[in-house]
Design a protein around this ligand. Structure first.
Ligand code: XLS
Ligand code: NI
Ligand code: NI
Length: 435
């Protein structure tokens, strides 16, 4: 028996680019073959439980604006109803995956034993629903930032009892993710950072976080979890300074603690913007290190300075993100998780559906544009041309020589390089042809 929450909304269909139906896909056509692979298998969309079902529409100035039948979220019966309605959305959208934090799917119990018991109970229930619907788990994660126990951090907390609570919590979430066949496990350290250096032993905190992540990897192998462990960079918010600032910082951290072969990155558009980067920059940095894992797709407001988690709606931005993802070989265990929420005035069930339909469509459109650019090869040609000097044996051998030898060469050959155009506008015009 459907809950009635989505009454009047039919399963979303692909109707093609000319459709005027606001609840239809114009570009997302799961079976369409792009570069030899189904569109659905390229994009691997996931719905995020937290934004769509747990967030109640509050902001720093006001409380909840949404009224949902599963509120208040303090009861296991209503947690089950929330799961029922989540799967109703999944069936309407037909996206292949979803993601959760423990705190999104079960009510906070205030102690570890009851948190564990209710997590096991609700994930058994979700497991049954997954069987029936075919929707899979892209990743699970632990919410170690909302409850007051985490206010000074989880694995970086000065109090070892909080470190212990965090370790037990992550173990429980890894077990639940493994049980549900999750394809990745994510760690985002919202409180792994600090408010003031005056009360913070930065080196000790980083060492604890490095050891903690090693324990996660050790446990993954112990239980035979085949998914990928991912860390998610973000520069600030909620902490003033977060240790996982951006992709480059995370890569340095992973190398320092010997985790470069074990852990990859989950990159989020809004976090890239907060760090002063573009999304494609973060993707390219991770890809260059072989550490591109998965993405949290959303859109950040360029003026506000905080993490607005809007649904994406800008084709060129999305297309460039997928261009660099495709160039890196596409996703393996990763996917496109909508870490995005409707605005707090968008209070209807229809808004929730429309937001995902639009997000999926813009990503499909971006993917098609990205594939067309790869197929055309114009950007790749321009790159080869720009770096072609390095393919001569003379230039390549320089990298195996020394400053003295190179200096002698410059004097001998009277080297005096002629500047070449970077052709940026020409390349930007080229990209626009595909949008
Ligand atoms: C918050 C993060 C969070 C992670 C999962 O800004 O994006 O939602 O994706 O903990
Ligand atoms: Ni995220
Ligand atoms: Ni975020």
């Amino acid at each position: 028996m459907p809950s009635g929450f989505f009454d009047g909304i039919e399963q979303i269909q692909f109707e093609g680019a000319d459709s005027k139906n606001p609840l239809a896909f114009r570009h997302y056509n799961p079976d369409e073959i792009i570069m030899g692979k189904r569109m659905e298998d390229h994009l691997r969309f996931a719905v995020a439980w937290w934004h769509s079902f747990a967030w109640e529409g509050g902001d720093p100035f006001g409380g909840p604006t949404f009224e949902r039948p599963w509120y208040p979220q303090d009861d296991m019966g209503r947690a089950r109803l929330k799961a029922d309605i989540a799967f109703e959305l999944f069936d309407l959208l037909g996206q292949p995956f979803f993601c959760w934090h423990d705190a999104d799917i079960r009510p906070e119990q205030g102690n570890f034993a009851d948190n564990l018991r209710t997590l096991e109970e609700i994930t058994d229930y979700i497991g049954e629903k997954m069987q029936a619907s075919g929707t899979k788990l892209l990743w699970g994660t632990a919410n170690m930032f909302s409850h007051r126990r985490w206010m000074a951090g989880a694995s970086t907390n000065p109090d070892p009892e909080v470190f212990a609570f965090a370790a037990a919590t992550v173990k429980s979430c890894m077990d639940a993710t493994h049980k549900l066949g999750g394809e990745n496990y994510v760690l985002w350290g919202g409180r792994e950072g600090y408010e003031t250096l005056l009360n913070t032993d930065l080196k000790a905190e980083l060492d604890h976080m490095g050891r903690f992540l090693n324990m996660v990897v050790e446990y993954k192998h112990k239980i035979g979890f085949k998914g990928t462990i991912l860390v998610e960079p973000k520069p600030q918010e909620p902490s003033k300074h977060q240790y996982d600032y951006d992709a480059a910082t995370c890569i340095g951290f992973l190398r320092k603690y010997g985790l470069e072969g074990e852990v990859k990155l989950n990159l989020e558009q809004g976090h890239a913007i907060l760090a002063g980067h573009s999304f494609e920059h973060e993707i390219a940095v991770a890809a260059a290190e072989g550490m591109l894992g998965s993405i949290d797709m959303n859109r950040n407001d360029y003026q506000s300075g905080w993490d607005t988690d809007q649904f994406p709606n800008n084709t060129p931005e999305v297309a460039l993100a997928y261009y660099y993802i495709l160039k890196a070989g596409g996703f393996t265990t990763g996917g496109t998780n909508f870490d995005a929420k409707v605005r707090r005035q968008s209070i209807d069930a229809e808004d929730l559906v429309a937001a995902h339909v639009g997000g999926m469509d813009i990503c499909a459109r971006g993917l098609k544009a990205a594939a067309a650019m790869i197929d055309d090869g114009g950007l790749e040609d321009a790159l080869s041309e720009r770096y072609s000097g390095w393919s001569t044996p003379d230039a390549a051998s320089m990298l195996d020589s020394s400053l003295e030898e190179i200096s002698a060469r410059v004097l001998r050959e009277n080297t005096n390089p002629e500047p070449q155009s970077g052709r940026q506008e020409i390349l930007e015009n080229y990209v626009n042809r595909f949008m």
